[in-house]
Ligand binder design. Structure first.
Ligand SMILES: [Zn+2]
Length: 196
């Protein structure tokens, strides 16, 4: 498991928000940290955020995300095929895709939009699970629970995150744990360490 490098991305001209990400496949895998993060955060806070991104790498989240997207595409196109068979071709059996009317395209786009809206909560739940995994990884690897808390407090303030969103909103739209859940995770980690 290697990472090609850690990169600084200039985003301060476009936003005051702080951001970090893991990108690439195989040997092109890299961690990208926004200059807003590198310039505005303490070294220990940056260490925690970096460890979180490395966590995405260690837990192979990009691969899992690709598999998930692939599975979604399979299901979505299978449903498109079913619907086209029923309502567009009018012929039982195989859909003739080559002579298919262009008018079928908006129908396919509608089906795909509806399916992606329906699968949104599932995708968000998976993402929130990945994020929690990486938060735990960052806490374990760095042991910096104070820096973890201050980093995520700063991130939430900069990114204007709602500190206490409605659970339904979280279920439908949030792909990251809420700031209060992340702070609670740090406290939980400290509790676990004291018991040992
Ligand atoms: Zn993350």
């Amino acid at each position: 498991l290697t990472i090609a490098g850690i990169y600084r991305m200039q985003i301060s001209r476009e936003t005051v928000k702080a951001n970090a990400m893991l990108a690439g496949l195989g040997r092109t895998r890299r961690v990208i940290l926004g200059d807003t993060l590198l310039d505005g955060f303490a070294p220990e806070e940056i260490e925690v955020v970096l460890a979180h991104e490395v966590g995405h790498h260690v837990h192979r989240h990009i691969l899992l995300l690709l598999i998930g997207t692939g599975a979604f595409s399979l299901v979505a196109f299978w449903v498109c095929d079913l619907v086209l068979r029923q309502y567009v071709s009018g012929i039982d059996g195989e859909v003739q895709y080559a002579p298919l009317s262009l008018a079928a395209l908006p129908l396919m786009m509608l089906i795909i939009s509806v399916l992606s809206a329906l699968s949104g909560p599932l995708r968000c739940a998976m993402s929130r699970r990945f994020e929690r995994q990486c938060d735990r990884y960052a806490l374990r690897q760095t042991g910096l629970s104070d820096a973890f808390r201050s980093a995520f407090r700063k991130l939430a303030a900069l990114n204007k995150a709602d500190p206490d969103p409605h659970p339904l909103e979280v279920f439908l739209f949030h792909d990251h744990p809420t700031i209060s859940q992340r702070l609670a995770l740090a406290t939980e980690y400290e509790g676990g360490r004291k018991r040992r």
